[in-house]
Design a protein around this ligand. Structure first.
Ligand code: ATP
Ligand code: MG
Length: 438
């Protein structure tokens, strides 16, 4: 017996004409027209048309097709035929049809129906929601983004590290800490790898990066906050200034976007997304200037204030008019920045930056305070108790080089790159104040 070739919608081509093939997938749509039945079989890559003319098809197959529930998993053996009607130029005439897993009816939600489904319904039945190719495309792009980040950082001499997610103290402010019981102690879920990647700077591992989950108890319901996201963090020792850090991120984001455009052509088409490589070098806007710029557009804001969502958006519009999707805002007031950021002496500012993409922050970073006494002083100024950070501070007491780094929200980056309306579209199973299931 000759072997039957397994094909997908990607590998089945008119060159298979007259060959015996096996195809499998989900029954997206079935139409029984009396003399002929059609089955649209969906797999990861697209659709395969199964065509069953009554005269040429076994009666038991016609029977299966007549009562096949939508979204059932089906395996079809048949003969490939060149077809002018089928989109791919080829269809399969079935000689055997096996319903591997029949779908119950009614479906919790439609897959191809053009009706608008409430986001809650979608996320409640995410396994079904993700059967839509355009939603799945986002995650194939996300996977490519993460590979491209890895490649760029490794090429630049970075070591990939993994720091604990169960921690005894937070680094980004107490308000967004998730507390949990850890044997007989209290612990937290890590908000960022900040303290650990800095400690590594004193070990000689002079360039590290980490891609891993970060947890924040964000109380507000926005399109850019969730309580669990993937953070891409980096830290570099022996920097001259924060410019070294900015150059590294800029090189990385450009390389990633370029790589997505080159490697994800199919996914971008399925998604209907048009990704453009931002103009580089990214313009640098000192915080003071950013405040002046949004003020000139009518926003009420004073020096020292946070730009906030409104300011970020407005600045994004101004920059977009100049053709800039990505830009830096730097030297924020030290007061607005965490304890580990270095102050710019003689000014109220700090060696810090944000990277904004189309009006939304995607990354924050800066030069860190590596001088022990100054670091302790900054902690005290921020109302933190240095005694609860002994494990961290110790690393600054016995030889710590100057260093700087960044944290970049992977899903925020993807949200802006693909113009997704909500960060949740870039997360398989999002977590927020209300959602813990599925
Ligand atoms: P924002 O002011 O927008 O809430 P942040 O300044 O508090 O963000 P950072 O502590 O600077 O956030 O974290 C670094 C990056 O991590 C941010 O630039 C963002 O891309 C991402 N990030 C932070 N919080 C969240 C969140 N709740 N959900 C998704 N991504 C986040
Ligand atoms: Mg920030």
């Amino acid at each position: 017996m000759s072997e039957v070739a397994i094909r997908t919608s990607k590998t089945l081509t008119p060159a298979d004409a007259d060959a015996e093939v096996v195809v499998q997938g989900w029954a997206q749509d079935v139409r029984n027209l009396g003399g002929i039945s059609f089955l649209q079989l969906r797999d990861r890559y697209g659709i395969i048309q199964i065509t069953a003319p009554r005269k040429k098809t076994a009666p038991e197959i016609m029977e299966v097709m007549a009562s096949l529930p939508r979204e059932s998993v089906v395996r079809v053996i048949g003969t490939a035929k060149a077809s002018a009607q089928a989109k791919s130029g080829v269809e399969v005439l079935p000689t055997r049809m096996e319903v591997i897993s029949a779908a119950a009816a009614p479906l919790p939600m439609g897959v191809i129906d053009k009706v608008n489904v409430e986001p809650d319904t979608r996320f409640n039945h995410r396994f079904m929601d993700l059967r839509k190719p355009e939603l799945r495309a986002v995650f194939e792009i996300k996977s490519t983004v993460l590979n491209l980040i890895d490649m760029y950082l490794v090429d630049n001499g970075f070591v990939e590290v993994f720091t604990p997610k169960l921690v005894a103290s937070g680094a980004e402010g107490g308000a967004t800490l998730f507390e949990l019981r850890y044997f007989d102690k209290c612990a937290y879920l890590a908000q960022s790898p900040q303290l650990y990647k800095q400690m590594l700077m004193s070990t000689g591992m002079d360039r590290v990066f980490e891609i891993g989950p970060a947890f924040r108890a964000e109380p507000s319901d926005t399109v850019r906050h969730v309580s669990e996201f993937i953070s891409f963090d980096g830290e570099m020792a022996f920097i001259e200034s924060q410019r070294d850090v900015q150059k590294m991120i800029e090189g990385c984001t450009q390389s990633v976007i370029k790589g997505v455009i080159e490697q994800c052509d199919h996914q971008l088409k399925v998604l209907g997304a048009d990704v453009e490589l931002p103009k580089a070098p990214y313009p640098i806007i000192p915080y003071e200037e950013a405040v002046e710029m949004v003020k000139a557009e009518g926003m009420k804001i004073a020096l020292g204030d946070d730009l906030g969502t409104e300011g970020e958006k407005l600045l994004g519009e101004i920059m977009s008019r100049q053709g800039n999707d990505m830009y830096w805002i730097e030297e924020y007031p030290e007061e607005a920045k965490p304890f580990y950021i270095m102050e710019k002496d003689g000014t109220p500012y700090s060696y810090s930056f944000d990277l904004d993409y189309k009006g939304q922050e995607i990354s924050s970073g800066g030069q860190r305070e590596h001088r022990y006494d100054r670091l302790v002083a900054r902690m005290e100024k921020k109302g933190l108790d240095p005694d609860s950070f002994t494990f961290y501070l110790e690393a600054f007491k016995f030889g710590m080089p100057p260093h700087g780094g960044w944290g970049l929200g992977v899903e925020r980056f993807i949200q802006k790159m693909l113009d997704l309306p909500n960060i949740r579209e870039a997360i398989l199973f999002p977590r927020d104040r209300i959602r813990l299931i599925p």
